[in-house]
Design a protein around this ligand. Structure first.
Ligand code: WQD
Length: 339
């Protein structure tokens, strides 16, 4: 069965392609290479022994999207990662984010509606919850006004899908709300490739440890948490990738209860920034140079997932720990900096 993965050369996309191939799916990737490199294809192939089909294509070009689907009418499912995802950048370039993240979603959905099999998995984010009132966060927690255009594109994206599903009974969709994806494939053949100065915690940790960054700034030590630093639900990217395959199979086997379902994907465990640093130091044997500084604008205090729906309904749970994720992130950092 042929599965289209848009953004399939990106961080989460590439790990999902590996898990799809491991399950015997034929994969075709669309990526515009705006935030990835074509060498990621080699990494995927090195792991699975099978090179995915790949087309470099800008999904903002509607005629190219139509042409792709005219040539791939046998696509049985689509996993849609392709989007810009830097929170800070989205504040500076809102129109780029609304155009790139939403026009592409509309064009892909319009083409899926012409297919025989209309199965769609959407890459969403826990950012839609903002600072949730209750922890752990369930899928019925209210969606709060977005803190950034990036987060807003995830909220609007879900609404576009919800409205499309209401009038297209054959369209079956699942939105997966990720918490904080970290780590790399244990083979160190693929991993996170942040452009420029990393905005996210874990790549900044590993780049500091390898000597690329002088010091990690811990944004805020005075939050109302046990150690004063923010709490997040750090999920290993391999666990996250596997969840996409389980969600796709749910749709392919018509096990979905409605044609628009939402699942939180997290470990269910919150870890503070200092706990994440200690985990890294434990698995790497390195002492990390960090300093607690002022808070970062827009950060929420704490977020971690209620995993009951993903465990009991989707039938998926995480298997890897924070230490596993940190160890794989460190192995990957060493690999890419020493080659
Ligand atoms: C985690 C914690 C920071 C960097 C964002 C998006 C989310 C998803 C994941 C795309 C926070 C602290 C960070 C640093 C630090 N992105 N931190 N020093 O902000 O929870 O989530 O990335 O899908 O949608 O919102 O992740 O890794 O940036 O921060 O102290 O140099 O680490 O303050 O508490 P975040 P993050």
């Amino acid at each position: 069965m042929k599965i289209l993965v848009t953004g399939g050369l990106g961080f989460i996309g590439s790990h999902t392609v590996v898990e799809l191939q491991n399950e015997g799916f034929e994969v075709v990737i669309i990526d515009d290479l705006s935030n990835s490199t074509v060498e990621v294809l080699d990494g995927i192939t090195a792991i699975t022994g099978e090179k995915p089909l790949f087309e470099q294509l800008d999904l903002k070009d509607r005629t190219k999207v139509e042409d792709f689907f005219n040539r791939h009418k046998d696509v049985a499912g689509v996993i849609h990662f392709a989007a810009s995802k830097a929170v800070g950048e989205s504040v500076q370039k809102p129109l780029m984010y609304y155009e790139n993240n939403l026009s592409t979603l509309v064009y892909v959905l319009k083409e899926i509606l012409k297919l025989e099999h209309q199965n769609f998995i959407f890459s969403s984010s826990c950012t839609v919850y903002g600072q949730a009132d209750d922890l752990p966060i369930t899928e019925s927690a209210p969606v709060k006004p977005a803190e950034s255009p990036y987060g807003n594109t995830k909220q609007i994206g879900e609404e576009i899908i919800r409205d499309s599903c209401k009038v297209n009974a054959d369209l079956k969709t699942i939105a997966l709300r990720y918490f904080n994806p970290i780590g790399s494939h244990p083979s160190a053949e693929i991993g996170e490739l942040p452009k420029g100065v990393p905005q996210n915690l874990v790549p900044f940790i590993t780049q500091t440890a390898i000597g690329m960054r002088e010091q990690l700034s811990v944004f805020g030590g005075d939050y109302p948490t046990e150690d004063g630093t923010c709490i997040r639900d750090y999920i290993h990217v391999v666990d996250l990738a596997k969840a996409h395959v389980v969600a796709l199979q749910r749709l392919l086997q018509n096990k979905n209860e409605t044609n628009f379902e939402i699942f939180n994907l997290g470990t269910g465990k919150g870890s503070s920034v200092l706990e994440a640093i200690k985990s890294f130091e434990r698995v790497s044997g390195k002492s990390l140079n960090y300093k607690i500084v002022g808070r970062r604008e827009g950060d929420i205090v704490a977020a971690y997932a209620d995993t009951n729906k993903a465990n009991d309904v989707l039938g998926w749970r995480t298997e890897l720990s924070l230490d596993d994720a940190m160890a794989s992130a460190w192995k990957w950092e060493q690999k890419i900096r020493n080659t």
